[in-house]
Design a protein around this ligand. Structure first.
Ligand code: TEU
Length: 537
């Protein structure tokens, strides 16, 4: 897409600022470091860079706990550094998308400090406060995504406040119009600074059930594990995430975006059962978010049936909305590790996956390091920094394994990430995959990323065309992308052994665009983890 429509089918590269490039020698990445490495991002052929939070924060949840929405945390630099990053990104033709964590703030945010001081201060109703039930219990049975009850007792107000994540991430009260106004003002602050778009953290958690109704008990199939791990399991809040209040706020948000040219937002629909319906509600009508992503393809399932099921469910639920697919991000185990079996070939999975992602209908998000085929890092308990991992180890190992530093130069200290001991270790096995090594090889995963993304850019049918699935046996996925006067056939063999896919009689392959498949008169022969992309007559 061009102009105002640039987001449709775009490719977004996610940077986790703490782990990208350190320039100050403190072992943590910073904004100047990102600016020095924008050339690498541009060289991949992506449209935009999404920066995970760099705002002022006590870092209890690595920046997803914001204590000042309008400033850069000193660990990452300054507002001037941010401006310089935007200028350089724009010079390289990259859009800048920043993370907005509006659902909750840090408990150190001045709004919360005020709110918790008394029951009658001007910000008393800015967070979700509730009294103890007459029986002495918490207001209801809601659970936090990060374990334990969603309610924390405050001894000053002698009331509970609600938190969907850590207790140090109190939930803002979106039923209060003043809260909405204050949050939209912070969004305007960044629009004025020239950002092109936003990734909205936990957009489906903004509005809580105003009657604070309890959830039904956990289904037994979900509660199957034992011990504390159990409480980590997300208990879906009973209320509907598509109630009018949610949609009304998203309309206000869009109204603000539309005051500026060519701005867009992608919402994160955190784990929930009805994620595709929520996505449909948030992205349809042209008056809310342009697109959202779900966790549907961020899990362990790796099969033709699963991908087809997710994409078809999306196509059915969403008539005029738009999705953003991703295989990895800073919250999940890197996909190469999730999807490579014990005897599997990680590089083959990396190449297969980027070709699949590039052929899907929707925009796509890449996560730093996946272009190098990085695997999940195995960390010792002592190395952990993610509060989720620290709390639930070893049942849940947390999210540090996908957050280790980028590897730039195989021969340099800490692979060129930092001159100091990094905040998370650089795994020894990542060194051999450093950017400088892969830049020098046409056979590398990195080169495959570049050529695959170039292929996508050259074919409007892949960027924004329709998708139609064809019948396939076994673990083969076959579909046609059509648009811009092109019809492309995409076939993927998810299996660890070769497969044949009989060509339907009405299909004639005019040209092979990519893939190792052998085209015969009546069938495609695909090697293990083979894919095929061809132009049809
Ligand atoms: O994640 C929201 C979310 O749904 C995740 O909790 C997800 O379900 C989980 O991490 C899967 O392992 C966002 C951010 O991406 C995450 O980093 C934050 O910790 C969270 O919000 C709270 O702000």
């Amino acid at each position: 897409g061009q102009g105002a429509d640039w987001w449709r089918g775009c490719v977004i590269y996610q940077v986790y600022p703490r782990s990208f490039q350190d320039t100050t020698g403190d072992g943590s990445g910073d904004l100047r470091g990102i600016t020095t490495r924008l050339g690498h991002i541009a060289s991949l052929g992506v449209d935009a860079v999404w920066l995970s939070p760099f705002f002022k924060s006590p870092m209890a949840d690595m920046g997803y706990d914001v204590s000042d929405y309008r400033d850069v945390d000193p660990m990452f630099g300054s507002l001037e550094d941010f401006d310089a990053l935007v200028t350089e990104a724009h010079r390289l033709g990259l859009k800048v998308v920043i993370d907005q964590v509006l659902s909750h703030s840090s408990d150190k945010h001045e709004w919360f400090v005020q709110s918790r001081a008394s029951r009658d201060n001007p910000k008393a109703d800015w967070y979700v406060w509730a009294d103890t039930k007459p029986d002495g219990n918490a207001p209801n049975n809601w659970l936090s995504v990060f374990g334990g009850p969603a309610w924390e007792w405050d001894s000053t107000r002698r009331q509970y406040y609600m938190h969907n994540f850590l207790a140090s991430q109190p939930d803002l009260n979106f039923h209060n119009p003043e809260v909405q106004d204050a949050l939209l003002d912070t969004v305007r602050f960044w629009l004025e600074r020239g950002v092109d778009g936003f990734r909205l953290d936990t957009v489906n958690y903004y509005v809580h059930d105003r009657w604070l109704r309890s959830n039904p008990p956990l289904a037994s199939s979900v509660a199957g594990t034992n011990g504390e791990t159990n409480t980590y399991l997300y208990q879906e809040h009973l209320f509907d995430k598509t109630q009018p209040e949610n949609l009304a706020f998203l309309r206000r948000f869009r109204g603000l975006l539309d005051e500026y040219p060519d701005r867009a937002a992608v919402g994160e629909i955190g784990d929930e059962g009805r994620s595709l319906q929520t996505l449909a509600a948030y992205t349809s009508g042209g008056d809310k978010l342009q697109m959202c992503y779900t966790f549907d393809l961020l899990g362990p399932q790796f099969s033709a049936t699963h991908v087809r099921g997710c994409v078809e469910a999306f196509e059915q639920a969403v008539t005029d909305g738009w999705v953003c697919w991703a295989f990895s991000n800073h919250d999940v185990v890197r996909h190469v590790s999730r999807w490579t079996g014990p005897d599997g070939d990680a590089d083959a999975v990396a190449r297969f996956s980027i070709m699949l992602l590039a052929c899907l209908r929707g925009s796509i998000c890449l996560y730093q390091g996946e272009e190098l085929g990085l695997e999940e890092a195995e960390l010792a308990y002592e190395d952990l920094r993610d509060p989720v991992g620290i709390r639930f180890w070893p049942g849940v190992k947390g999210r540090d394994g996908c957050r280790t530093p980028m590897v730039w130069e195989a021969g340099a200290d800490n692979a060129g990430f930092s001159t100091a001991r990094p905040w998370l270790p650089v795994p020894a096995s990542h060194r051999a995959r450093a950017t400088d090594v892969q830049n020098g090889s046409e056979q590398s995963v990195l080169s495959a990323y570049r050529s695959t993304l170039a292929l996508r850019r050259r074919h409007p049918a892949l960027v924004s065309g329709s998708i139609r699935f064809l019948d396939a046996e076994g673990d083969v996925l076959a579909f046609i992308r059509e648009g811009g006067g092109q019809r492309l056939l995409c076939v993927f063999n998810f299996a660890g052994e070769p497969a044949n896919w009989p060509l339907p009689p009405d299909i004639g392959v005019a040209a092979v665009l990519a893939g190792a498949a052998v085209v015969e008169a009546e069938a495609l022969s695909l090697p293990a983890l083979g894919c095929f992309l061809g132009r049809l007559d």
